[in-house]
Design a protein around this ligand. Sequence first.
Ligand SMILES: Cc1ncc(COP(=O)(O)O)c(C=O)c1O
Length: 383
Amino acid sequence: MIYFDYCATTPLDKRVAALMANVNENVFGNPSSIHRYGQEAKGYVERARRHVASAINCQPKEIIFTGGGTEANNIVLWNVLRENKKHVILSAIEHPSISKTISLLANWGIEYTIIPVDSFGIVNPNSVRDAIRNDTGLVTVMFVNNETGTIEPIGEISQLCLERGIYFHSDGVQALGKIPVDVRSLNVTSMSFSAHKLYGPKGVGALYLSEGTRLNPLVVGGSQEGNFRAGTENVPGITGFGLAAELAIAILETEKDRLRKLEQHFLESLIENIPNLTINGHQEHRVQGVINITFPDVPGDDLLMNLDLNGIAVSGGSACSSGTLKPSEVLKAMGISDRLNRRTIRISLGRYTSKSDVHVLAEAIVKHVQHLKKVNTPLETHA
Ligand SMILES: Cc1ncc(COP(=O)(O)O)c(C=O)c1O
């Protein structure tokens, strides 16, 4: 089986797995305990906090470990209920952990404005500026989109929020490990991260919260994580996240370069044989290794299943949580018709993708697209 769905999740790096196994077996203390067992566990958590903080250029005390990216986003969003300013601005391409949460919050009096994106999937900071009201309490725009890999201009958006004293949150889950993330120069109030997108464990994430920002915990109880997130820490998971972040940063630039070459190689052989395909998203403002492609002649789910039968895993649209074949909201927001939306797949390359892997993928796609085109042509009307 060859894996091309690194945006959905990544395999655990073997070095991370080995460290976690060791901690699981040997470091069982509760980090809140005063005795040596507790202090040893606390040492692992704090070392990981330093590694994650260094990966995004902040202070360790500005890192709150969570149960994943979804939880980190939720902590920020649910706090809007407690603020006087109850208007939220979000982009049209947010992950459901942002968009669904905000539409749920509308039941409790939160009002929101959705900022459209252009055909490349990019938010215009001027549109954010125009949507700001006197009662805007929060603006949230993701850093890197999980379906197209497009990088959003969050530095510009954070600047206009800063000038107006508005909280700016960004979902950085798909950014960390793919592009440099410097929360200090980006000037975000908070940013969320997830370990399993960078070869770390699932169910562990972090929220960067700039020093001095007030926030109530979502999970209430003990005083762990500086009172921002109660519950005994997932010591092996957090330890794994710390190492995963350290490793990802160490090879970030060489990986970017390698993935760019692999992508080029892949697309060249594909375009030569399927000239009518379209690549969605921005061709410059994007991360390497995320390729969102529409094949106008074949249904994406048929292609996906044929590839799967051939031992190749790709994704249709986002499919991050649901596994459903609904048209993607992100592609819709970019103005792509439902018909073409359903003819789109996402290929995401990563640390273990080789040149021969992308060669096999290109050949398999060409074969299946040509076959499915023949099979589907007489039945076009149902689409
Ligand atoms: C952009 C984005 N935000 C948030 C999440 C959720 O992260 P987690 O799976 O750690 O809850 C994902 C996961 O797919 C994502 O891609």
